[in-house]
Design a protein around this ligand. Structure first.
Ligand SMILES: [Zn+2]
Length: 342
């Protein structure tokens, strides 16, 4: 372990009563007594950035991944920390956003990799990054000013909520604030992917669509696929309207981008809603972590191949960006994956 690397285990501790984490603690990785306390993520601090890694993904030396926290980085309030969402016209300082993107890639030691992203639309469309396409149909400059200042060709604009590839030495990056990041890896077919599962994407079956795309395009067997469900707003904080529940249960349908027929049963059966009794009313809650975990199981993944961080972004705005808790004035943290050359 290098001197710059401070490695510890991040544990999500759950209370018996509400089954959601109330705190998370760092344990030294060599401590023995932390194995049975809950989901384990490995926290890495490098340079001026901090990211989390799924424990099971550590088994694969050519798999590079980081679920970043807001710790470190260059952005000022209200985007304080490692914010990777920018705009030419408003929002965070663009120079800081670009420095944060480069910092994130540098902390994973892949600053030389071309890096692609998606225009997230809360749907269930999955994009496939093929080897010959990278130089024609994609913008590989996510971590450069040209990403904002250079004109986009229509074929380079990829609207969707999941991205998969077999291409080595290319980084995939999506950015999050409360929506669920889901990372995928098939060690047999050598495929990686990231999905963006907010409530709308989850209600449209985004993770099942991602597994289907990995099977269709790369021959993945679902039983080989590993998945990690990253920090997202938890059922402790995610109050939703009855309308959201109706869309999951099929009592209503999206006017645009309706849930595809083949995913409607899966979405309905996976939906994990609960109610919390507040002092003056009942509050309907959606559990995005569990709903996406169930969808992964229904798509054929093995339970032992799914890790759930069970960390609530809204409870921990000191560590993560939360669109809900920070009333929309906040940043986005990146989730980055890549396959190394060897
Ligand atoms: Zn919470």
């Amino acid at each position: 372990m290098s001197k710059k690397t401070e490695q510890c285990l991040l544990l999500a501790l759950r209370t018996r009563r509400c089954k959601v984490p109330t705190q998370f603690l760092c344990y030294n990785i060599f401590e023995e007594n932390c194995k049975d306390k809950g989901t384990i993520l490995i926290e890495q601090r490098r340079d001026n950035a901090c990211y989390l890694q799924f424990n099971s993904f550590q088994l694969f030396p050519n798999l590079i991944h980081g679920v970043f926290t807001r710790d470190g980085g260059y952005s000022k309030p209200p985007y304080q920390g490692l914010n990777t969402l920018g705009s030419l016209h408003d929002g965070d300082n663009l120079d800081d956003v670009i420095r944060n993107r480069q910092l994130a890639l540098h902390s994973l030691a892949i600053e030389d990799y071309p890096c692609v992203t998606l225009w997230n639309i809360h749907g269930a469309d999955v994009h496939v990054l093929h080897v010959p396409d990278i130089h024609n149909n994609w913008r590989p400059d996510w971590a450069h000013h040209s990403y904002y200042t250079q004109t986009w060709k229509p074929q380079e604009i990829h609207k969707g909520d999941a991205l998969i590839t077999q291409q080595r030495s290319v980084a995939l990056a999506l950015s999050f604030a409360d929506c669920t990041p889901i990372t995928f890896y098939d060690p047999e077919a050598q495929v990686i992917g990231i999905a963006h599962g907010g409530w709308r994407g989850t209600a449209r079956g985004i993770v099942a669509a991602t597994v289907a795309a990995m099977t269709e395009h790369y021959g993945s067997m679902p039983s080989n696929i590993r998945a990690g469900i990253g920090p997202a707003i938890g059922p402790c904080c995610y109050e939703v309207s009855k309308n959201v529940q109706d869309l999951f249960m099929g009592r209503q349908h999206f006017e645009d981008m309706p849930t595809q027929e083949q995913y409607r049963g899966l979405v309905r059966e996976s939906a994990a809603f609960s109610t919390a009794q507040l002092f003056d009313r009942e509050s309907l809650r959606l559990d995005l972590w569990e709903t996406n975990r169930r969808q992964l199981l229904m798509a054929g993944l093995l339970p032992e191949h799914i890790e759930v961080a069970a960390l609530c972004t809204s409870c921990h705005v000191d560590r993560f960006f939360s669109h809900r808790a920070e009333h929309g004035r906040t940043g986005r943290l990146p989730v980055i994956m890549a396959l190394s050359e060897k």
